[in-house]
Design a protein around this ligand. Sequence first.
Ligand code: BTN
Length: 254
Amino acid sequence: MQRMLHEETILKTCLEKNRITVGNIFCYDTVTSTMDIAFGLEEKETKDRTIILARQQNRGRGRFNRIWYPVAGALYASLVLTEYDFQLPYSMLASYAVYSVFKKLKADVSLKWINDVVWSNGLKIAGILTEEQSGRTVIGIGVNLNNRSFPEKLKGKATSYFKETGKKISPIDFFCFILQVLVPLLDTVQDEGLQSILRQWETESAVKGRKVRVINESGEVRGVVEGINRNSGALILLVDGHRKEIFDGSLFYE
Ligand code: BTN
């Protein structure tokens, strides 16, 4: 697998300019999945905050083992963490970082529980997958940036920054922006706890008080969201008056 040294230099320069410290940076043209590369790194290559970036994936994965379809122009990245608290809701923090970058670009996006970033028309523009294995936490970030079209299966479900605005943005620059939000956020949360970011996520996602339907492996739940807890679970007041915490699933507004 050929490394793309020029891309690595661009990202390194951007991060240094913004005083963001990361571990190693590995940029590739095509990989199976940036998650596979991250977990396959040797111990000595795996400093905290090591980055894997690819222009294309041919076996990308999403939550619930779904396929993350390869579409040219998207950002495919993984961030390897080795020194943070394993219990943090990493996906929620990463989705907040992606959302913040889009907001800075004045893009019309919102956060959707559990960790999706969606355009105002409800179409998904980014997804986050966090996996943990043998002392490594890997946050996988997929963002539809310059994608011009999508496979048939994603029609009516996904969109890209380019499709919505007609503008292009370099995936490397976008990832550098993400890290400028995410790295300080991880440090703040590690030092000061989750409280303020949870409240911010709750407010920005406007999920609190919404009538929802959540579908997950255990079935379907209907009710009103009372809040988001520290594990990024949604506390739902059910139609029958009982309360239930849900930690995963697909959420639909009613
Ligand atoms: C989801 O919404 O289901 C999460 C999608 C996560 C996709 C990203 S793309 C980069 C990284 N590599 C993968 O194979 N998956 C994540």
